[in-house]
Design a protein around this ligand. Structure first.
Ligand SMILES: Nc1ncnc2c1ncn2[C@@H]1O[C@H](COP(=O)(O)OP(=O)(O)OP(=O)(O)O)[C@@H](O)[C@H]1O
Ligand SMILES: [Mg+2]
Length: 258
């Protein structure tokens, strides 16, 4: 399948998304298509709006009184900001993994089962199965299978991040948003999470924010360079890094500014 055919079938379409905090406009009309089962990296200098964009895709600003959003984000053709859509359902379909691993002060098993319990339903044997497959999916099962009752907080940072990924995939989302998922990890753990992302891509669509240019090139099919609330350049990763069109992109990826 060619890249453009892929885009026609975009899983997520962002259209003229604007977001302000008070009178400060932080996203200034973002439009981009995220193809299904690809990894898209968001890069750009600190404060350019990467996390804000990621959070907007999960409707996390609903609870921020000063946040104003306009534009559309279509998930399978339906605008997630449409009043008729249930935000709980949207967050089940679009999961999020944060920079700092944030397991709950509960057992490993309970951490993974958490979203399922909220979503209601699963119990007993079925629950045990989901816990196992989610931990397997997050490449953590072998390390924790004999200590599922142990606190999630007792794991190492890298294990905690994979636990959070297991928790995110347990509810079978369609999209996983990751905000600098490896920046708090040592290189070995970071490498495990990167490998895991490539594995997860078979089943999920992933949007990842990263400050690590090598990481973007290793994992992402496409990369978007953001600057001051705009997407300056969004192209297949190799093209963006090998022949950036805009000087801003060129300067950023060559490390000419922070
Ligand atoms: N809840 C909020 N209230 C007010 N301003 C906010 C809020 N969240 C983010 N901002 C502002 O929005 C701008 C973009 O922030 P954002 O966190 O999206 O940047 P970023 O690209 O993720 O940066 P970094 O690489 O440092 O994580 C910043 O100026 C920030 O101060
Ligand atoms: Mg950020």
């Amino acid at each position: 399948m060619s890249m453009s055919e892929n885009l026609d079938a975009a899983k997520l379409k962002v259209r003229d998304l604007r977001l302000s905090f008070g009178d400060k406009e932080v996203l200034k009309g973002i439009s981009m298509d995220i193809p299904e089962k690809e990894i898209v990296a968001l890069i750009g200098p600190s404060g350019c709006g990467k996390s804000t964009l990621l959070r907007a895709i999960n409707r996390m600003h609903d609870l921020v009184p000063i946040a104003r959003v306009s534009g559309e984000i279509f998930l399978d053709g339906k605008n997630i900001y449409d009043k008729e859509l249930d935000v709980v359902d949207i967050r089940r379909r679009i999961g999020m993994v944060f920079q700092k691993p944030n397991p709950f002060p509960k057992s490993i098993a309970e951490n993974v089962a958490y979203g399922l319990k909220i979503a209601g339903g699963t119990s007993g044997k079925n629950l045990q199965d989901v816990i196992k497959t989610s931990l397997e999916g997050a490449a953590l099962w072998d390390e924790v299978k004999d200590s599922l009752d142990k606190s999630g907080l007792a794991l190492s940072g890298g294990q905690q991040q994979r636990l959070c990924i297991a928790r995110a995939i347990a509810v079978k989302p369609e999209i996983i948003l990751m905000d600098e998922p490896t920046s708090a990890l040592d290189p070995i753990s970071a490498n495990k999470v990167e490998k895991l992302m490539l594995e997860l891509k078979k089943d999920y669509t992933i949007i990842v924010v990263t400050h690590n240019m090598q990481q973007a090139q290793r994992v992402a099919d496409r990369t978007a360079f953001m600057y001051l609330g705009e997407v300056i350049e969004y192209r297949p990763t190799r093209e963006l890094f090998e022949s950036p069109i805009h000087d801003l992109t060129k300067n950023y990826i060559s490390g000419d500014f922070g």
